[in-house]
Write a protein that binds this ligand. Sequence first.
Ligand SMILES: *Cc1c(COP(=O)(O)O)cnc(C)c1O
Ligand SMILES: [Zn+2]
Length: 432
Amino acid sequence: MSTSFIPASELPADDAPPAAPDFGPAARLTCRECGSSYALGAAYACIECFGPLEVGYDYVDVTRERIESGPQNMWRYACLLPVASYAGDEPNLNPGMTRLVRADNLARALGMTGTLWVKDDSGNPTHSFKDRVVAVAQSAARRLGLGTIACASTGNLAGAVAAAAARGGQKSVVVIPSDLEDGKVVTAATYGGTLLAVNGSYDDVNRLCSELIGDPLTEDWGFVNVNLRPYYAEGSKTVGYEIAEQLGWRLPQQVISPIASGSLLTKVDKAFREFVQLGLVADTPYRVFGAQATGCSPVSVAFREGHDVVRPQRPNTIAKSLAIGNPADGPYALDAVRRSGGAIGDVSDAEVTEGIRLLAETEGIFAETAGGVTVAVLRQLLASGAADPAAETVLLNTGDGLKTLDAVLGHVGPTAVIDADVDEVTRVLTTP
Ligand SMILES: *Cc1c(COP(=O)(O)O)cnc(C)c1O
Ligand SMILES: [Zn+2]
């Protein structure tokens, strides 16, 4: 752009306060517990009551047409996110607009008569839905002048942060429990940046990161899921927005989501409610269901026992991406499920493996353990009558099975190992 004449009256005075960072339609941070409001910044807990902060908006001019004319990725919903309108033009992984697969074979296998869909977020750039939350947090880090993006990860977040930083030319520090799957550690490490493997659980990692936030060492770090958590969490709304848009601007009757911290489930529900409030979809009833592994099922147990408080557990399950024993958004996930008339179930590790195989055999979708949890819990909820087999249902597959091969290793393999000989093939295929 050429230099143009700016009248002196429009030049900023030397002592003018710096312009507030551009967070698009986001206007404030609001405490979910007491409702106190704060300016947008790298804050995540209420000073009054320590409750978690959530982004509040003043939406303007949100229409179907505006969204439909946007890019084929999550930035088509920039007008509903705490990001500047140009955030999608900055270097990032451009996640989203993953496929919504009509899963007739799986529906038949589960005895469903209603239409079943799989929202397949394994198609994101680093093969999990975490690219969405990181993209929003990465934009917030830029707005707030934080040069390093960091996280406490159960696995997929590590790769998503390291890759986004690589693409964005930023520094990254990702912290993981040392016992994660090779597929998660190796991919995250290959993207570069600093990868710290901690001898301990995810909950130990999370506590370490919270302690690091006060330290001068981390002054210019944005921990995407700790001090940037209000922004990060909003990224998950795009899963719900896409489902509604891909269904032709309407809501499904049932949606089933895995629960780790409980954020994804909570935000899919928020996305549906926002679309109704903004008049983008009709106000049709829907129920939200949650899925956990029995080896880490604090939210499922609270649901079953009728508690509002989520009692922490020590995780022990192959579904490591869901292994958060003290889930930050557990109570809000419980609220969304109860308010909508849904339910939460949990399944054994053996059922997780069966769930992975069932989805692969029926639909050709190879999910990670979290997807196996979700499929197996849907089967359980249908069997118990908690979920309706005649209702249109969307199942979230949040990650890729190639990162959790151990879950099926030893359960599947070649039908036979043979010599390169036609007789051998004939023998194998004709022997009962
Ligand atoms: C992180 C994660 C989840 C759950 O995320 P929350 O928002 O913390 O509940 C589900 N599936 C996969 C594969 C994940 O990596
Ligand atoms: Zn508060």
